[in-house]
Design a protein. Structure first.
Lengths: 119, 880
C-alpha cells in the first residue's frame, strides 16, 4: 500500500498516462513494473496509476510507433520486455508536453483568476 | 493483426512478472505474504480487462463482437428453418431479378468498347426530319474529319456489310465493317499480328483493297494460320489482301454484331459513291481530345454542319449532326432513347420487386422480433446495451441477406444464361451470322448486386432492430408483451398497403404489355405470313455482276417453282420486318417541301411481278407490279395507302408522278395503291411505302419468297437443296418462314420479350404481396386472440369476428391498390410510347388489377380470419 491516504490521490486524466509513460522512458529503456513505479514515485504518489491500464497504454504507444519493445533482463535477472522511446516518440513527447503546458495554464487561469493568485 | 500477435505474445508472462515484482516490494515493506499478494492484485486491477484492452489495441473489438453476433445469429436462424428459408427465398427472388435484369442492361448498354479511353469515343449522327438513320456520306465525312481537329483527335467511319470472303477457292460469309483508313488509329487498336490500316489507306478506288480479319474469324475459319497474312483473297469477287489480325478483345464498333473483319472503304464503294454527297452510308465516330467536353465537341461540329448546309443545300439543308457518347448511342444512335426508356423501365420494375421482398422480410422479422421481445427483455436486463441488441438483430439480417443475395446472384446468373441462350438461338437460328448477347457477370453487375443486397439489408434490418430493442421489461412479466400497441398495428397495415401498391404498379405495367402484344398481333401486317418461306441470298458475295445476278435469280425462280407444293415464287430486294428496306427522298411534281426542310425519305422495295401476289398484299386500286413492268422497264410504281393519303389527300394518286433521289430525277408513274402494312420494323404508326419493279435496279442481295403448301417447314430443306444445286458456292444468309420473321427482332420480339418479362415480374410481385399480406394478417390475428376472446365472451358471433378481419383486409387492399393505381397513372407517361394499340389508362386493365388484388387480399385474410373466429374464447382468455 502507498504511504499517502486514498483521498489525496488523483485519478489520471484520459490520455495523460501516455504522456507520463513517454516522459518516464526519456530516462532510458525499462520494463512495465518499473514504469508504473517511476510514475508513482516521481509524482510523490499523488498520481494513481491503475497498474493494469499501463499495458493497453503501452500497446497503444507501440502501435503508434512512439515506443518499441525488446526482450531484456531485469535487475533481478528475470527475462522481461523493455520499452524504449523511439525518435518519433521523442518528438511526440515534446509536442504533448507543450500542449499539456498550455492546457494546464489555461485551466489554471480559469480556476484561479489573477487576484486569487496574488493573495 | 500479425504484428499485434507478436506484440501480445508474452503479455501474460509480463503481467505475472509485474505482479510478482509488486508482491516482492510489498513483502519488503513488511507485509504478510497473503496481504502482499492481495494488495498487489488490488493495485493492478482486473488482469482480464488489461489483457482484453491490450488486445483491443490490435484487434478491433467491434469485429470480434460482430463475429460472435453472427455465430449466435446463425444458431438462432437454424432453430427456425422455415422462417429462414422464407426470408432467403424472398431475398433471392428480389436480388436475383435485379441481378439478371441489370446484367442484361449492362451487357447491352453500359459495357464500354474494348479500346483505350472508351469514354472519349462519340458517335457523330446526322439528324434530319423524316429520316431515322444517322448515316453520313463520304464527302461529308471527309469534311468533318478535316475540320474537326479542334475538338477531335480523330474522326473515322465504318459501313456494315455482309459479304463473301473467298480464300483458297472457298467462299465463306464475312460480316465486315468497311472502314476508313484511320479507323484503327482513331480507336487506338493495334493488330495482334501483321498490321492494321494506316490513316488515309484504301479510301480511293485506285488503291488496293485490304483486309484485317477478326481474331475469332481467323481462328475459326482460317485455321489460325499466320501465313494468311499477305495472302490475296476476294471479297465479293474483288481482289484484296489480308494484312493483319485484329486483337481478340476487339470485335468492332457495330452494336450487337461481332464483326468477322474489316476491309478498306474502296472494297465496296465505287468512286461514284465516294463522291456523292447524298449517298449516305457511313457510321461516323470520333475520338474527343482529352479535356474537350461533349458540349464543346458539339459546338465545333455544329459549325461544320452549318457550313455544309450552306455550301451544299441540295444534300445538307436541314441536316444537323449530333455528337452522342458511344455508350449512349446503342443499339443505333437515333433509337437509343427508346432503348434507354425500356432499359430504365426494366431496371425500375425489379427494383420494385426488391422493395416488396424487403417489406415482406421486414414483416417477418418484425413479427419474429415481437415473439422475441421476451429474449430481448432478458438480454437487456442482463446488461445488453441498446446498440448491442440492434447489432445482434442486424447481424441476423446480415446473415439472411448474405445467403439470400448469394442465392439471388446465382439465380440471376442462371436466368441470364438460360434466357441468353434462348435469345441467341432465336436470333441466330436461321441466319449464318451470330448475335452477341453478352450479358455475363462482371464487376459492374456484382457491384449492382452488392448495392441491392446492402440496401435490402439496411431496409429490412435497421427498422425492426430499432423497434425490437426498444425493450419493454414488462415483457418479462407473465402474460406481458401480448398487448396490442396501436402504433405497431398501424405499421403492419402500412407494410401491407405499400406492398399492395407496389404489386398494383407491377401488375398494371405487365398487363399493359401483355395487352399490347395481343393488340400488336391483331394489327394487319399488310401481307399473309402463313405458309411463306423467305430465302436471302447475295450472289454479289461471289463477285457476280448484274447480268449474271439477274440470270441467277431467273434460274432460281424456275427451280424453286418446280418444287412440289410450291404455289408461287416472288423476288424482292427485302421482306418486311427485317430492318432492311432502303429509303430515298421523294419529290412530287408541283409540290415543294416547306422552307428549310428537305423532302422526307420514304422506304421502298424493289419487287418482281410475283412478289405482291405471293405475299398476298391486297391492291386497293389500280394494279400491282406486272410482268410487263419487269420486262420493259417503264417507270412505274405502286404506293401504299398512307403515302397516297399524305401526298394526295384530295385526289386519286393513280396516274400521278413523283421522282426519286433528286428533284430532276426520273419520274415514276403511279399505277396502283397497295394496302398499308408493316415494313422495316414493327410499329403501330402508319408508314409511307412504295414498290418499284426489279427492272429499275438490280440489287445483288435479294430475298425470294415462296408460298408453299400447309407445312412450309418441310419444304425448307428442298429449297436449300435447290439453291445449292444451282450454285454450290452461294451462301444462304437466311432461310426462315415469314411467321418466324414476324417474331424476330424487327417484328414482335421486343414486345413479346417485354410482355414475358413484365408478366414474370408482375407475377413475382403478386406472389410476394400475397405471402406478405397473409403473413401479416395471420400474425395480427394471432396477436389479437385475446381481444377476439373477449369479444366472443361478450357475445360476438364467429361471423362478426370474421367480418372484422375481412373488412380490415379489404380496407388495406383498397388503400394499397388505390395508391398503386395512382402511381401507375402518374408513371404512365414513361411507358406510353412503348405500347402498341393500348392506352396506358386502359380502364379494363385497372379494373382487372383492382379486382385481382382485392380478391387476393380477401383470400389471404379469410384463412386467418376463420382461424381467429374458430378458437375457443376460454383458451384465448387464459393466455399464458
Amino acid at each position: 500500500m502507498s504511504t499517502k491516504r486514498s483521498r489525496d490521490r488523483i485519478e489520471l486524466l484520459q490520455g495523460t498516462l501516455d504522456l507520463l509513460i513517454l516522459r518516464t522512458l526519456l530516462f532510458g529503456p525499462t520494463h512495465g513494473h518499473a514504469i508504473a513505479k517511476a510514475i508513482e514515485r516521481t509524482s510523490e504518489d499523488v498520481l494513481q496509476v491503475e497498474q493494469g491500464s499501463l499495458y493497453p497504454a503501452l500497446h497503444r504507444l507501440i502501435k503508434r510507433g512512439w515506443i518499441s519493445a525488446d526482450e531484456g533482463t531485469s535487475e533481478n535477472n528475470r527475462r522481461a520486455k523493455f520499452y524504449r522511446l523511439t525518435a518519433k516518440g521523442r518528438r511526440q513527447l515534446q509536442v504533448e508536453t507543450s500542449k499539456w503546458d498550455k492546457v494546464a495554464a489555461a485551466i489554471a487561469r480559469i480556476l484561479r483568476p489573477k487576484e486569487d493568485l496574488a493573495s | 493483426m500479425m504484428r499485434g500477435r507478436r506484440e501480445l505474445d508474452g503479455l501474460d508472462a509480463e503481467i505475472r512478472h509485474h505482479i510478482d515484482e509488486e508482491i516482492k516490494e510489498n513483502l519488503a515493506r513488511g507485509m504478510a505474504p497473503d496481504e502482499a499478494r492481495r494488495a498487489a492484485l488490488l493495485k493492478f486491477g482486473s488482469v482480464t480487462r488489461a489483457k482484453e484492452d491490450a488486445r483491443g489495441v490490435w484487434v478491433s473489438r467491434w469485429c470480434e463482437d460482430l463475429w460472435s453476433d453472427l455465430k449466435y445469429g446463425a444458431r438462432g436462424l437454424l432453430r427456425s428453418p422455415g422462417l429462414t428459408l422464407g426470408v432467403v427465398i424472398a431475398f433471392a427472388c428480389g436480388i436475383g431479378v435485379n441481378t439478371a435484369m441489370f446484367s442484361v442492361v449492362n451487357g447491352w448498354l453500359f459495357r464500354p468498347l474494348a479500346v483505350p479511353d472508351p469514354e472519349q469515343i462519340a458517335v457523330l449522327a446526322s439528324v434530319q426530319e423524316g429520316r431515322r438513320d444517322a448515316l453520313i456520306s463520304y464527302p461529308n465525312f471527309e469534311d468533318l474529319r478535316a475540320q474537326s481537329g479542334s475538338a477531335f483527335s480523330d474522326v473515322f467511319a465504318f459501313a456494315f456489310r455482309i459479304a463473301g470472303l473467298n480464300a483458297a477457292g472457298v467462299t465463306r460469309q464475312f460480316v465486315v465493317g468497311a472502314v476508313s483508313g484511320n479507323y484503327f488509329a482513331g480507336l487506338r487498336v493495334d493488330a495482334a499480328y501483321g498490321r492494321v490500316f494506316r490513316p488515309g489507306e484504301g479510301e480511293t478506288s485506285g488503291d488496293n483493297a485490304l483486309v484485317v480479319v477478326s481474331y475469332g474469324y481467323w481462328k475459326r475459319q482460317l485455321g489460325g494460320d499466320l501465313s494468311v497474312i499477305g495472302r490475296p483473297v476476294a471479297v465479293n469477287g474483288k481482289q484484296a489482301t489480308i494484312i493483319g489480325i485484329a486483337p481478340e478483345s476487339f470485335q468492332g464498333t457495330l452494336f450487337g454484331f461481332p464483326l468477322d473483319g474489316y476491309v478498306t472503304l474502296n472494297t465496296f464503294a465505287s468512286s461514284r459513291n465516294l463522291l456523292d454527297r447524298s449517298s449516305r452510308g457511313l457510321n461516323v465516330l470520333g475520338r474527343r481530345k482529352p479535356g474537350v467536353t461533349l458540349k464543346e465537341a458539339q459546338a465545333s461540329i455544329d459549325v461544320i454542319a452549318q457550313r455544309l448546309a450552306h455550301e451544299y443545300p441540295d444534300s445538307n439543308e436541314g441536316v444537323a449532326i449530333r455528337v452522342i457518347p458511344e455508350s449512349s448511342a446503342r443499339p443505333v444512335p437515333l433509337v437509343a432513347n427508346f432503348v434507354r426508356a425500356i432499359a430504365s423501365l426494366f431496371l425500375f420494375l425489379p427494383a420494385l420487386v426488391l422493395l416488396m421482398a424487403c417489406l415482406n422480410v421486414t414483416g417477418i422479422i418484425l413479427a419474429r422480433g415481437e415473439v422475441r421481445s421476451r429474449e430481448m427483455a432478458i438480454r437487456s436486463s442482463l446488461g445488453g446495451g441498446r446498440g448491442r441488441l440492434i447489432r445482434q438483430l442486424l447481424a441476423e439480417t446480415l446473415l439472411l441477406s448474405a445467403f439470400g443475395s448469394l442465392a439471388g446472384i446465382v439465380l440471376g446468373a442462371l436466368c441470364v444464361r438460360v434466357a441468353g441462350n434462348y435469345v441467341q438461338r432465336l436470333f441466330t437460328s436461321a441466319s449464318n451470322y451470330s448475335v452477341s448477347m453478352d450479358a455475363g457477370l462482371d464487376g459492374r453487375v456484382f457491384a449492382y448486386a452488392l448495392l441491392c443486397a446492402v440496401t435490402a439489408t439496411g431496409l429490412t434490418g435497421l427498422w425492426p432492430g430499432l423497434r425490437a430493442s426498444r425493450v419493454d421489461l414488462r415483457g418479462l412479466l407473465p402474460g406481458g408483451g401480448a398487448g396490442n400497441p396501436p402504433s405497431g398495428r398501424r405499421m403492419y397495415k402500412a407494410l401491407v398497403i405499400v406492398q399492395l401498391a407496389g404489386s398494383a404498379v407491377l401488375l398494371v405495367v405487365s398487363a399493359l404489355f401483355v395487352r399490347s402484344v395481343d393488340q400488336a398481333r391483331r394489327i394487319d401486317l399488310g401481307f399473309d405470313p402463313r405458309n411463306v418461306v423467305a430465302v436471302m441470298v447475295d450472289p454479289g458475295q461471289l463477285g457476280y455482276d448484274s447480268l449474271r445476278t439477274n440470270a441467277l435469280y431467273r434460274d432460281l425462280r424456275e427451280r424453286l417453282r418446280a418444287i412440289p407444293g410450291v404455289q408461287s415464287v416472288g423476288i424482292a430486294q427485302t421482306v418486311p420486318l427485317t430492318f432492311l428496306a432502303s429509303a430515298t427522298p421523294v419529290y412530287v411534281d408541283g409540290m415543294a417541301p416547306p422552307m428549310g426542310q428537305t423532302t422526307p425519305s420514304v422506304s421502298f422495295n424493289i419487287v418482281d411481278e410475283n412478289y405482291l401476289k405471293t405475299m398476298r398484299t391486297p391492291i386497293m386500286s389500280g394494279r400491282g407490279i406486272e410482268q410487263i413492268d419487269v420486262q420493259s422497264r417503264p417507270n412505274v410504281a405502286v404506293i401504299n395507302e398512307t403515302m397516297a393519303r399524305r401526298l394526295w389527300p384530295n385526289a386519286t394518286p393513280i396516274g400521278k408522278r413523283f421522282s426519286l433521289h433528286h428533284p430532276g430525277g426520273e419520274r415514276f408513274e403511279i399505277v396502283g395503291v397497295a394496302k398499308d402494312g408493316q415494313y422495316k420494323y414493327f410499329t403501330s404508326e402508319p408508314q409511307s411505302f412504295f414498290y418499284v419493279p426489279t427492272s429499275q435496279s438490280s440489287p445483288s442481295a435479294r430475298t425470294i419468297v415462296i408460298r408453299t403448301g400447309p407445312s412450309p417447314e418441310s419444304t425448307m430443306p428442298l429449297i436449300r437443296d435447290a439453291v445449292q444445286a444451282l450454285e454450290p458456292n452461294l451462301l444462304i444468309s437466311n432461310l426462315m418462314t415469314m411467321e418466324q420473321v414476324t417474331q424476330g427482332p424487327a417484328g414482335f420480339f421486343l414486345l413479346s420479350m417485354a410482355a414475358t418479362l413484365s408478366g414474370f415480374i408482375g407475377l413475382l410481385g403478386l406472389g410476394l404481396a400475397v405471402v406478405g399480406t397473409y403473413g401479416v394478417v395471420a400474425y395480427d390475428v394471432n396477436r389479437r386472440e385475446r381481444e377476439f376472446g373477449i369479444r366472443m365472451a361478450l357475445g360476438a358471433e364467429q361471423r362478426s369476428i370474421q367480418r372484422l378481419v375481412l373488412v380490415e383486409g379489404a380496407r388495406m387492399a383498397a388503400a394499397g391498390v388505390g395508391a398503386g393505381l395512382l402511381v401507375a397513372l402518374i408513371a404512365k407517361k414513361g411507358i406510353e410510347r412503348l405500347l402498341v394499340g393500348v392506352s396506358s389508362a386502359d380502364p379494363l386493365i385497372y379494373a382487372a388489377v383492382c379486382a385481382a388484388l382485392i380478391g387476393v387480399v380477401l383470400v389471404a385474410s379469410y384463412l386467418p380470419a376463420r382461424h381467429g373466429a374458430r378458437m375457443n374464447p376460454v383458451d384465448a382468455l387464459r393466455g399464458d
